[in-house]
Each structure stands twice: as C-alpha cells, then as structure tokens.
Design a binder for this molecule. Sequence first.
Ligand SMILES: Nc1ncnc2c1ncn2[C@@H]1O[C@H](COP(=O)(O)OP(=O)(O)O)[C@@H](O)[C@H]1O
Ligand SMILES: [Mg+2]
Length: 141
Amino acid sequence: MQIITKSQDETYKFGKDLASHFRGGDILLLIGELGAGKTTLMKGLAAGFGVENEVTSPTFTLMNHYKTQQTIIKNLVHIDTYRLKDEYELKDIGVEDYLCEPDSLCVIEWPEKIVGLLKNKKTFNITIEHLGENKRKITMV
Ligand SMILES: Nc1ncnc2c1ncn2[C@@H]1O[C@H](COP(=O)(O)OP(=O)(O)O)[C@@H](O)[C@H]1O
Ligand SMILES: [Mg+2]
C-alpha cells in the first residue's frame, strides 16, 4: 500500500486511520530519514487509539509508554533508537516486557539499530520518503 501526503496533517490522519488495523502483539517499524514524519504518523496513531497524553518524541527517553482507550491493545509503546548505543540498552529498560505482548502495540523508529531484537519477529513496515517540503511518500508492507 502506498500513499502520498501533502501536509503534516495528512500524515497524522493516515496514522490515525491505521489504528483500527492492528492486533495486540503487533510490531510496527517506522523507517525514514530525520524529519520524514515518523513521529507525526505515530502521533496520529496514538490519537486513533484514544491516547489522551501528549505524544512526544522518545529520542532521549528511548521508550514512551501510553495507555489507550481500547480493551484489547491497552498499551501503545513508542520506541526511538536514534540515540541508542546498542540493543542491550533497550533490554535494560524493559522493552521485552512489551514486545509481542498481546495487549501492546510497539512502534519503533530507527529499527535498523535493533535488528537482533527483532530477529524472527513478524513486523509491519512503514517507509516514509521525503519528496518535497511538505510532500511524503508513505509505503506500508
Ligand atoms: N507530508 C508531511 N508528513 C509529515 N510531516 C511533514 C509533512 N510535510 C511537512 N512535514 C514536517 O516534517 C517534520 C516531520 O517531523 P517528525 O514527524 O518529527 O519526523 P521524524 O520523526 O521522522 O524525524 C515536521 O516538522 C512536519 O511539520
Ligand atoms: Mg521522530
């Protein structure tokens, strides 16, 4: 599946509409350069799950955790490995308590850094490409 968005709001809405398509235990990888729109899409996704807290980029915290308004996927976990040294650092903060747990959806920015942790796990992959100042190509496989 592929769409072109022409504004931040369109990417947000794409994320929001996506929320109903996941099952508990799913892992979503967000792939794209800095400023592609990964966090924007995640904010929309969180809105789709009824998350009430403000969603901020976990660039420094590595992992943010939100309660949803749903009964099956209760936790939305947002991981950003941009500043991660190695995957042991993520293990230290308990990522494996959430990864693939049936009541959680994990969304990972910069998954390239933690291929070991994701090995043998089925993932949904979204790639966001920068086409112009406000134009992005979003591909989901
Ligand atoms: N079509 C678009 N989709 C998403 N973001 C866009 C778009 N057009 C412009 N932007 C801007 O690009 C930036 C994306 O930032 P962010 O979502 O934090 O990216 P990332 O998490 O990939 O580094 C924001 O400043 C946003 O306003
Ligand atoms: Mg980001």
